[in-house]
Design a binder for this molecule. Structure first.
Ligand SMILES: NC(=O)c1ccc[n+]([C@@H]2O[C@H](COP(=O)([O-])OP(=O)(O)OC[C@H]3O[C@@H](n4cnc5c(N)ncnc54)[C@H](O)[C@@H]3O)[C@@H](O)[C@H]2O)c1
Length: 371
């Protein structure tokens, strides 16, 4: 199927790979992106965007610009967003405006210009803590860490009797547990996509992305992309800074695998109406990932600095159960993690990046968001 696709946020990290994938499959691509300075200040993503794509530089909240961008378009991939869990906890209006209102503007304009299908980027952050089992083998959906505020370093969630819970891969059926404004925003985007789809004759799909990594992620943005943040530190001769004890577990999925998932989600009949996890299906501790990246960048002396404090709103463990996306979308991540890190290291070596991590930590500490 060859279509004219609008990719909102298409000049961003994931958007550029999605654009390339769509073009490679014979589609025409139009990008709407306002090129926000936090992402494009140092490395202008529009310069890395394929020249075959048409770029409209405009804000997703600008109804006229969105209406114009929708003209003649067959389908939409909605990626435009402010991205950052920690920052969303104090830039509340900015996040809610772009993420919630921006999505509202997009769908309001789609009423008069409906498309065949809209695929929206959601996030694993909506789960809050991932799924756990307790000592009796029972599934726990609502694990929590209420003691973090007291400065206790019992990082792992426990049950009511104080017994440790064991993390499991998180499937889509786990109820959302929204613990940041960003997570709330992503859930609103997800629900808006499904609520507005069917009544206006549009197919809707949402992809809950886990930790996406790869070349081209904004290195100087200290709020998003743990690997990009580590890389920026290492590039500046600093040790990766890791909150808690570094044993928190995540699923790292390569951006090319994510781009393929979006292109498939746009066409596969099995995707319609669905919400799917997109991850590698493997989990790693953040500390191990910091060590592996330092090695890949030839910075063996830069062992991660373990902060021993938590960011309020951060979760302990969440990693991806890929069963549903495997069955319904035939999705399986292909990128080997070690090779992906080597590729990332190669790209980073050619970049310059300002390390803004200390500033990020200061912003959070000043507001009592680090305990
Ligand atoms: N990177 C990840 O690990 C990850 C994980 C889960 C979900 N996601 C989601 O995937 C999508 C893309 O993320 P990314 O990592 O490529 O981030 P990114 O910051 O690189 O890309 C987002 C793009 O949106 C644009 N944008 C921001 N505000 C805008 C506005 N008001 N109007 C128009 N454009 C605007 C930015 O300029 C940027 O190019 C986002 O929706 C994000 O929430 C990303």
């Amino acid at each position: 199927m060859s279509e004219h696709v609008l990719v909102t946020g298409g000049a961003g990290f994931i958007g550029r790979f999605v654009t390339d994938e769509l073009l490679a499959r014979g589609n025409r691509v139009r990008v709407l992106d306002s090129l926000i300075p936090q992402v494009h200040g140092q490395v202008d993503g529009s310069k890395m965007l394929s020249r075959e794509a048409e770029l409209i530089r405009a804000d997703i909240r600008d109804g006229d610009a969105v209406a114009h961008a929708l003209t003649g378009v067959d389908s939409v991939i909605h990626l435009a967003a402010e991205v950052g869990v920690g920052q969303s906890m104090y830039e509340v209006e900015r996040y809610t405006s772009t993420n919630d209102v921006g999505t509202a503007v997009l769908f309001e304009k789609l009423i008069d210009r409906p498309v065949r299908r809209v695929v929206t980027a959601s996030s694993m952050s909506i789960y809050g803590e991932g799924l756990y089992t307790d000592a009796d083998g029972a599934t726990v959906e609502d694990a929590d860490r209420p003691n973090l505020r007291d400065g206790l370093t019992q990082w792992d969630p426990t049950d009511a009797q104080g017994r440790p819970l064991v993390p499991m891969a998180t499937p889509e059926w786990k109820r959302p547990a929204l613990s940041s404004i960003y997570a709330l925003n992503k859930y609103v985007q997800e629900r808006t996509t499904h609520i507005m789809g069917a009544p206006y004759g549009m197919e809707s799909v949402c992809l809950r992305l886990f930790n996406v990594y790869g070349p081209g992620q904004a290195l100087s943005n200290p709020y998003t992309g743990v690997l990009a943040i580590f890389a920026s530190r290492l590039l500046n001769g600093q040790r990766p800074m890791i909150f808690e004890d570094g044993e928190q577990r995540r699923d790292f999925v390569h951006v090319t695998d994510v781009a393929r998932a979006f292109a498939d989600a746009l066409t596969l009949p099995e995707a319609v109406g669905g919400t799917f996890n997109i991850g590698s299906g493997h989990h790693r501790s953040v500390r191990d990932v910091g060590i592996e990246l330092a090695r890949a960048m030839g910075k063996n002396d830069c062992e991660p600095e373990i902060v021993g404090k938590a960011r309020i709103g951060d979760i302990r463990h969440c990693f991806c159960d890929t069963t549903l996306s495997q069955h319904r979308l035939g999705f399986a991540a292909r990128q080997d993690f070690g090779e992906g890190l080597a590729e990332l290291a190669g790209w980073v070596a050619e970049q310059t990046a300002t390390d803004n991590v200390a500033q990020m930590r200061a912003e959070l500490e000043k507001r009592g968001l680090v305990a």
